[in-house]
Design a protein around this ligand. Structure first.
Ligand code: FE2
Length: 454
């Protein structure tokens, strides 16, 4: 007998009336009109059933700190970094933990169940690292939180930057970060990419760098990142975040760059909400959008995901953990309004983001058979419409068997949602906005506002 059978679900590829069978926390079959004995059967009522939302680029240590110690009046990246620098000496671990937990409440209420967060390692105390490791432990039953050692002020520009980063990795941080465009010179930026990739290779870590978050078309650290990735055999383990300079680069240079990125297996994360607000700040008119070249990267075969980046912090005073809002902005900025483009934007906040995070694939035997059969029929694996049902659900099966206990269950409330997450799947869209979750999210939204005015 199955553990769970979900019937009458719509899938991201447009199929309706689909059933999903779950056994031992794995999706074992996906079929239309499937009937079988199950410990529990849930009628999805025609709602969308999809892999969980996944945010591959966030700053959990700074979230919900908007207005502390002051508001970023210009709204620029550099003033944001300055405000964060003013706040850092005042940070208390418990406050950071509480803000991050409040954000995780918002996340689960919106079906956001996996987050990669950069954590500032610039200060030798590593206070943000300790705090976020504590958050990671506490949310583990309901959110996969992956941490990146992020030398916000530059690993070479900051005294002791390399040592701090290495100690953060020693403490259990998962990924090596960097910010080459913020080092003192282009040469130092390239040197930081080399150093950080070597550290990752030496320790068997993934790499995720803030790379070329600037409008300067000559900021080309993504090229060095792709080169170092290949030199050190890190293919498939490296990501470039933002890459906004690509928006302004010369077209000829980009025609050479895109195949290099694809060849190296480097993935790219755009952060549409932040890119559209922070880039182009030195422009009059026309004013550049600043987001990296998403459709062109996808066409070149690069895995592209979208991140939220910031919510109510020194860089961005808005946001609500809603990855549909992120995809919506990405779709508009990149003009991806075709059906294929819209599907690609949905992938960018679900399965592509899951790939960046190396979320485990745990398809059940039945689904694996289906995947093999599908492969024998020769679908175009590069076509999102062809690959989504299989790969998407496969990756959706990466959920934890023990998920659904504790805090998330308390928050999400409805056992319907909890049991779906047990299988790694989640009803999103309208279904996640059930009244209870929305009411709790609104209550959570009010709390930090009060804190900010205190
Ligand atoms: Fe970021």
């Amino acid at each position: 007998m199955l553990d769970l059978l979900i019937t009458n679900a719509a899938l991201p590829d447009g199929r309706t009336g689909m059933a999903v069978a779950v056994q031992d926390a794995k999706i074992v079959e996906v079929a239309a009109g499937l009937h079988a004995q199950a410990a529990e059967t849930i009628d999805a009522g025609g709602q969308l059933l999809t892999p969980p939302f996944c945010d591959p680029h966030f700053h959990m240590d700074a979230t919900l700190s908007y207005g502390l110690p002051r508001v970023n009046e210009s709204g620029t990246l550099l003033e944001g970094i300055a405000v964060w620098g003013e706040l850092k000496p005042q940070l208390k671990a418990d406050d950071m933990v509480q803000r991050a937990l409040a954000y995780c409440d918002w996340a689960v209420a919106r079906g956001l169940l996996a987050i990669r967060s950069h954590v500032d390692t610039s200060d030798p105390s590593l206070l943000p690292v300790e705090a976020m490791l504590e958050v990671k432990r506490r949310v583990a039953p309901y959110i996969d939180l992956q941490l990146v050692a992020f030398p916000q002020d530059g690993v070479l520009r900051t005294a002791g930057g390399e040592d701090n980063l290495r100690r953060a990795l020693d403490l259990g941080v998962d990924v090596v970060g960097g910010i080459p465009h913020f080092e003192r010179t282009m040469g130092e930026g390239a040197a930081s990419v080399r150093l950080l990739c070597e550290i990752a290779a030496e320790r068997g870590k993934l790499v995720d760098m803030h790379c070329d978050e600037t409008d300067d078309p000559l900021s080309r650290h993504i090229e060095t990142l792709a080169f170092e990735c290949q030199r050190l055999g890190l293919q498939g383990r490296v990501n470039g975040s933002h890459c906004t300079s690509m928006h302004s680069m010369d077209n000829y240079y980009v025609s050479k760059l895109l195949p290099l990125i694809a060849e190296s297996g480097v993935s790219v994360i755009a952060n549409p909400l932040i890119n559209i607000t922070l880039q182009g700040r030195h422009d009059t008119y026309p004013k550049r959008r600043g987001m990296t070249r998403v459709p062109e990267l996808l066409a070149a075969g690069v895995n592209v995901a979208f991140g939220h980046d910031c919510v109510m912090d020194p860089w961005y005073g808005m946001g609500s953990a809603d990855m549909l809002e992120v995809a919506h902005m990405g779709l508009h900025v990149a003009q991806m309004t075709s059906r294929k483009g819209m599907l690609a934007c949905f992938d960018a906040v679900t399965i592509n983001a899951a790939r960046v995070m190396h979320r485990r694939l745990r398809a059940g035997a039945g689904l694996r058979r289906q995947l093999r059969a599908a492969a024998g029929e020769g679908p175009d694996r590069g076509d999102p419409a062809a690959r989504k049902p299989a790969e998407g659900l496969e990756e959706g099966a990466a959920g934890r068997a023990d998920a659904g206990r504790g805090r998330r269950a308390e928050l999400a409330g409805a056992s319907r949602q909890r049991r779906l997450h047990d299988a790694g799947a989640f009803l999103t869209g309208a279904a996640t906005r059930c009244e209870g979750a929305a009411a709790r999210a609104r209550a959570a939204l009010r709390r930090p506002r009060n804190n900010r005015t205190a």
